[in-house]
Design a binder for this molecule. Structure first.
Ligand code: ADP
Length: 338
């Protein structure tokens, strides 16, 4: 270790902060695109996590780093998913808050906005996304590509889909297969032939364990959307989740509060049966936007069970409008990626 390695690290970080991602109008350090920065002797090593349209950032980094007199050479390892522009993760502190439901409906709403969307169901503890899109057990094809064998995602309701649940026998839990879990997840990220996608949404397993950390560290996630319900106990878990993301340097795009209120079928009044204000408090505390508040609606549940997401089947419902509002907000941030 060089005696002045800390100051060198700071010098490099300050220079990297001069590199601005033009669509997101923020620097690449703040956006979590630079990870594993190491300075060994007079060499700089870093990993750059980018979408497939952002390769120009590498030249910009090389240009700013060229001003460092002590640096003999820099090594930039590019981490991207071929063909995929924007990768977003959907996360929750706890199971059962509606994370997968939200992921499926946001994917559907983005699709309705004209985006090319893929959904990676990495929730090893409950890979329900195929069922929520109306898909039973299906055979996954493996194809030969110039970069080796790849899984071909399925396409359902205009959304490309890959799920850990599709690789295993139906009804058999995956959670006990600890030793192979990381391998499966890493393989998913590397070995799926997505084709051209505007958005890849990753439905993460709930909580803050090894599986989540592996996925986050191995993938070019632009940001995380956190799903919560209004109860204080759930909020506490989400807060833990957020600290994990902050530690690995992945930005939080916003919070979605699910099951915010029940709409009375007779008078239309809203009853906050799980309490109110939790999502708002969390958003204020974390200075992250509250992207939407989704009501409790039996059609959301039946849509999930039967494979018809409410965002597609009942576009006039309030829930559907909230999913569209979220999709529009995401598009406003990311759609100028070209
Ligand atoms: P998670 O992915 O967080 O474990 P799911 O998305 O699987 O949660 O949702 C759990 C259950 O709650 C599912 O049966 C789903 O249909 C239902 N559900 C989720 N959100 C709502 C909602 N806003 N209104 C009614 N039911 C919902």
């Amino acid at each position: 270790m060089q005696p002045n390695s800390d100051s060198r690290q700071q010098e490099v970080i300050q220079l990297l902060k001069q590199v601005i991602e033009p669509t997101l109008k923020n620097d690449i350090v703040n956006l979590g695109m630079v990870r594993n920065l190491r300075i060994v002797d007079d060499y700089i090593y870093l990993r750059l996590y980018i979408g497939c349209h952002q390769h120009q950032l590498q030249a910009e980094i090389q240009s700013v780093l060229s001003s460092i007199s002590w640096c003999k050479k820099n090594y930039i390892q590019i981490c991207t998913i071929p063909g995929v522009k924007t990768t977003l993760a959907i996360s929750s502190g706890k199971g059962g808050v509606g994370k997968s439901t939200t992921a499926v409906n946001i994917a559907a709403a983005l699709k309705l906005q004209g985006a090319k969307v893929g959904l990676l169901d990495a929730d090893v503890y409950g890979p329900n996304v195929p069922q929520m899109l109306g898909l039973g057990q299906a055979d996954i094809q493996v194809i030969q590509t110039p970069t080796g064998e790849k899984f071909l995602p399925l396409e359902v309701q205009g959304i490309k889909l890959m799920s850990v649940g599709l690789l295993t026998e139906a009804n058999r839990p995956l959670a006990w297969r600890g030793p192979v879990l990381h391998k499966i997840i890493t393989q998913f990220l590397q070995d799926v032939e997505w084709g051209e996608l505007d958005y890849l949404l990753i439905d993460l397993p709930p909580g803050t364990g090894d599986a989540q950390i592996t996925i986050i560290q191995e993938s070019p996630i632009c940001g995380v959307i956190l799903v919560t319900t209004p109860q204080q106990v759930v909020i506490a878990d989400v807060r833990r989740n957020i600290y994990m993301f902050r530690q690995v340097g992945v930005p939080i795009l916003g919070i979605i509060e699910n099951m915010s209120y029940l709409i009375c079928g007779d008078c239309g009044s809203h009853t906050p049966i799980f309490g109110s204000g939790g999502g708002e408090l969390l958003a204020a505390e974390l200075q992250a936007p509250l992207l939407g508040q989704i009501p409790i609606d039996s059609r959301i549940c039946s849509g999930g069970d039967t494979g018809y997401p409410i965002a597609i089947t009942d576009r006039t419902s309030l829930a559907s409008k909230v999913f569209v509002q979220i999709a529009v907000a995401l598009n406003a941030t990311f759609s100028r990626c070209s």
